[in-house]
Design a protein around this ligand. Structure first.
Ligand code: ASP
Length: 466
C-alpha cells in the first residue's frame, strides 16, 4: 500500500524533473529572446540616446557567444559533409543528395512565388513618396552576370586554405571620372574579399566525401579523421550551447538599442514589413508544413516545437551558419540519422534560404512599385530566377541577403543604391527570415530522413551523436 502511494507521487515528479532537465536550456534560450527584447525596449526608453560604445558593451557577452559559434563553422562544415558522404557508398549518397536538392529547389521556388503573389496583391509600394526613405549604405556596382559568374567561380576555389578566409568577387571600376558611362563599359577588376567561401568548402567536401566512399578500405583512415573531427566539434557545441541564453539575451538587447525609432520607420515601411512577415509565416507554417505532410504523412508542428532552441538561436544571431552546430545537435537529439543531418544541414545552411528568397522577391518588387516602374511578366520571371540565385549566393551571415539583393534590383533596371530604401527594417526582417531559413533546413532533414529510411537501414551507422 505504502509502496503504491510512493510511486504514484514520485513518478510525476520524476517525469517533471526529466522534462525540466531536457527542456531547461530551450526554455532559457527562448526566455533570452524575450528578456533581451524587454531589456532593449526598457533601456531604449531612457531619455539619452545610447552611444555606440555603450551598445558595444551591452553586446559584448553576445559577441563572445557568436565568436565561439562561428569558430566551429569551418571545421564542422567540412568534417560533417565529408564524413557523412564518405560513410555511404556513392549510389546512396546520390539518393540522399538528390532528395535534398529537390526539397531545396521546390521550397525555394514556392517561397519566391508566394512572395511575388503577396507583393503584387498587397502592393506595399503603391502611392508612396520615396523622398525621405533612403538610409546610409555603401553599395558596389555590378552586373547580374558578374554576380552569377562569381557564384560559380566561388564553387571552385583555386586554393582550399584561402577559401576558409576569402571569397572571390568581381568589381567594376569606372573609367576616369566619368559618371554617366554605362556599367558594361566599366573595367573589370578581380579581388578576394574577407569572408569564408562556404560554397567552395561545401563543394570540396562533397567531392572529397564521395572520393573517400569510393576508395573503400584505402579511404578508411581519412574517413576516421573526419568522423572524429566532426564528433569533437559536436562535443564543443554541447558546451557552447549552454551560453546561448545569455548570448541571445545580449545580442537582441543591443540590437534594439541600436535601431532608429521603430514607429517612425514602420510608418514608411510598415506594409512592406507586413508583406514579408506574412510571407515568412505562410511559407514556414503553411507551404512547408503541407510539403512535409505530403512526404512524411506527419504533422510538422510537434517537430517545430522541439526546435525552439534552434529557432531562438537563429533569431538571436541572425545567422544560419552560426546556428548550424546547434541545429545538428537538436536533430541528433530527435533521433534523425546523423548521416542525413550532417549532409542536409551544412549544405542547406549554405544554399537553401527560403526566407531570404521570399524577401528578395518582395523587396525588389516593392522598390519597383515605389519607383512606379511597370513590370512585364518577363520581368517577374527574371525576378524569380535572380531571387532564387541571390538566396543561394547569400552567405549564412547577418543581412547577407541585402548584399545579394543588388543582383535582383539589376534585373528590373534599378540602381544598387536602392537597397538603402529598405535598410531601416532589414536587421529585424533578417532575424525572422533567418529563423525560417533554419526551420526549413531542419524540417527538410527530417523529411529526407523519412524518405531515406529504407535505403539507410541496410548500411550500419558508425557515427556517434552527442
Ligand atoms: N541572415 C540570413 C541567414 O543567415 C541570410 C540573409 O537573408 O541575409 O540565413
Amino acid at each position: 500500500m505504502s509502496n503504491s502511494y510512493v510511486t504514484s507521487n514520485a513518478r510525476p515528479t520524476a517525469r517533471w524533473k526529466r522534462f525540466l532537465k531536457s527542456n531547461l536550456l530551450t526554455f532559457l534560450t527562448v526566455l533570452g529572446v524575450f528578456g533581451g527584447t524587454t531589456l532593449g525596449l526598457v533601456l531604449k526608453g531612457q531619455s539619452e540616446p545610447w552611444t555606440q560604445r555603450e551598445v558595444m558593451y551591452i553586446q559584448y557577452p553576445g559577441d563572445l557567444f557568436l565568436r565561439m559559434l562561428k569558430c566551429l563553422i569551418v571545421p564542422l562544415l567540412v568534417s560533417s559533409i565529408t564524413s557523412a558522404i564518405g560513410s555511404l557508398d556513392l549510389s546512396m549518397s546520390k539518393k540522399i543528395a538528390f532528395r535534398a536538392i529537390i526539397y531545396y529547389f521546390i521550397t525555394t521556388v514556392c517561397a519566391v512565388v508566394l512572395g511575388i503573389i503577396l507583393v503584387s496583391t498587397i502592393r506595399p509600394g503603391s502611392g508612396k513618396e520615396m523622398g525621405s526613405m533612403k538610409g546610409k549604405a555603401t553599395t558596389r556596382q555590378v552586373l547580374t552576370a558578374d554576380t552569377l559568374l562569381d557564384l560559380i567561380r566561388n564553387l571552385f576555389p583555386p586554393n582550399i586554405i584561402q577559401a576558409t578566409m576569402f571569397q572571390f568577387r568581381t568589381l567594376l571600376v569606372s573609367p576616369g571620372n566619368a559618371t554617366d558611362v554605362p556599367l558594361q563599359q566599366y573595367s573589370i577588376k578581380s579581388e578576394f574579399t574577407e569572408g569564408t567561401n562556404v560554397l567552395g568548402l561545401v563543394m570540396f567536401s562533397i567531392v572529397l566525401g564521395a572520393c573517400i566512399g569510393k576508395m573503400r578500405e584505402a579511404g578508411r583512415p581519412l574517413q576516421a579523421v573526419f568522423e572524429s573531427l566532426s564528433e569533437a566539434m559536436m562535443i564543443i557545441t554541447s558546451w557552447v550551447i549552454w551560453i546561448s541564453p545569455i548570448g541571445v539575451f545580449f545580442l537582441v538587447a543591443a540590437k534594439l538599442l541600436e535601431m532608429a525609432s521603430f514607429t517612425e520607420v514602420l510608418g514608411q515601411l510598415g506594409w512592406y514589413f507586413i508583406t514579408v512577415m506574412l510571407g515568412l509565416v505562410l511559407h514556414g507554417f503553411g507551404t512547408i508544413s503541407v510539403i512535409f505532410f505530403i512526404a512524411t504523412r506527419k504533422i510538422s508542428f510537434p517537430y517545430i516545437a522541439q526546435m525552439s532552441q534552434v529557432l531562438a538561436t537563429a533569431f538571436g544571431t541572425g545567422s544560419s551558419s552560426a546556428t548550424m552546430p546547434i541545429t545538428i545537435r537538436c536533430l541528433d537529439n530527435m533521433g534523425i540519422d546523423p548521416r542525413v543531418t550532417r549532409f542536409v544541414i551544412p549544405v542547406g545552411a549554405t544554399i537553401n534560404m527560403d526566407g531570404t528568397a521570399l524577401y528578395e522577391a518582395v523587396a525588389a518588387l516593392f522598390i519597383a512599385q515605389l519607383r512606379q516602374i511597370p513590370l512585364s511578366f518577363g520581368h517577374i520571371v527574371a525576378v524569380s530566377v535572380t531571387a532564387t540565385a541571390a538566396s543561394i549566393g547569400a552567405a549564412g551571415i547577418p543581412q547577407a541577403g541585402l548584399i545579394t539583393m543588388v543582383m535582383v534590383l539589376d534585373t528590373v533596371g534599378l540602381p544598387a543604391e536602392d537597397v538603402t530604401i529598405i535598410i531601416a527594417v532589414d536587421w529585424l526582417l533578417d532575424r525572422f527570415r533567418t529563423t525560417i531559413n533554419v526551420m526549413c533546413d531542419a524540417l527538410g532533414t527530417i523529411l529526407v530522413n523519412a524518405l531515406s529510411k529504407n535505403d539507410l537501414s541496410s548500411v550500419p551507422i558508425e557515427m556517434r551523436t552527442y
